[in-house]
Design a protein around this ligand. Structure first.
Ligand SMILES: [Zn+2]
Ligand SMILES: [Zn+2]
Length: 246
């Protein structure tokens, strides 16, 4: 175990012991780790494509991109637009070793899932695997951490047990945020290894969706391994005009 991994573990233990229940942004106590006032700085993904959740000016059933290249996933649930405070929280959580900042965003995602997900299906909860270099850089896998947070919010509400299913990366690639858009779009299902048979119903968890290339490759690999339905869930979706690399 490296030092960062250890520090994340220690932080989580301290967090639990102190049961910190104050707003991470302004310090206000009594409303959880993101108070109602600070929550107004998050931009909800209100209008979007009904399939890929790409933010649009008005809500549409399906965007041009989903029409011309039908995705392997059925739909995307991403309750926030990646801008302003959402962007700041995710950036700090991912790149500055402040994983706890995922907590308020995962809570909002859990609420969105309770509203939008068909809870009668026996879902298997899968994460977009973090590359080895990112793991070494960050010391933890952020998508697994988000899955853990979702489990703690949802386990008593789901109609079926919270089953997990893991896929892996077939080869190491540069991290997504360092790739240009065209390079990301070349990511294929072969980039991921999925044990067969994959579960029928899969929830695929990512932290942030930019071009959608990674989730599409994962969803395709899952479908090729036997999944009937893949729903992608993420904390946030980039607005179209800034869907270039971060
Ligand atoms: Zn606050
Ligand atoms: Zn779309």
């Amino acid at each position: 175990m490296n030092n960062r991994n250890l520090s994340t573990l220690i932080f989580n233990k301290v967090y639990k012991r102190l049961n910190i229940e104050q707003c991470y942004i302004c310090g206000f106590k009594g409303e959880g780790n993101l108070c109602s006032q600070c929550r107004t700085f998050l931009t909800p993904n209100t209008h979007h494509c009904g399939q890929c959740a790409r933010p649009t000016l008005v809500s549409i059933d399906i965007c041009g991109q989903c029409q011309s290249h039908p995705p392997a996933f059925k739909s995307v649930i991403a309750p926030l637009v990646y801008s302003g405070l959402t962007r700041a929280l995710i950036t700090q959580a991912k790149f500055n070793n402040k994983g706890h900042l995922f907590r308020p965003l995962a809570k909002l995602l859990a609420h969105a899932l309770l509203e939008q997900l068909d809870l009668s299906k026996p879902w298997h909860w899968c994460v977009v695997p973090t590359g080895r270099s990112s793991l070494l850089e960050r010391g933890y896998c952020q998508t697994r951490f988000i899955r853990k947070l979702l489990k703690s919010h949802l386990k008593h509400t789901l109609e079926h047990p919270f089953h997990t299913f893991d896929i892996s990366r077939s080869q190491e690639r540069p991290t997504q945020h360092t790739l240009k858009k065209k390079e990301r779009q070349r990511l294929s299902a072969k980039a991921f290894t999925v044990a067969k048979p994959a579960p029928d119903y899969v929830i695929l968890i990512d932290d942030l969706i930019t071009t959608g290339s990674t989730i599409e490759a994962c969803a395709k690999a899952l479908k090729q391994a036997g999944s009937k339905e893949v729903i992608v869930v993420a904390l946030a979706r980039t607005p179209s005009q800034t869907s270039e690399p971060l």
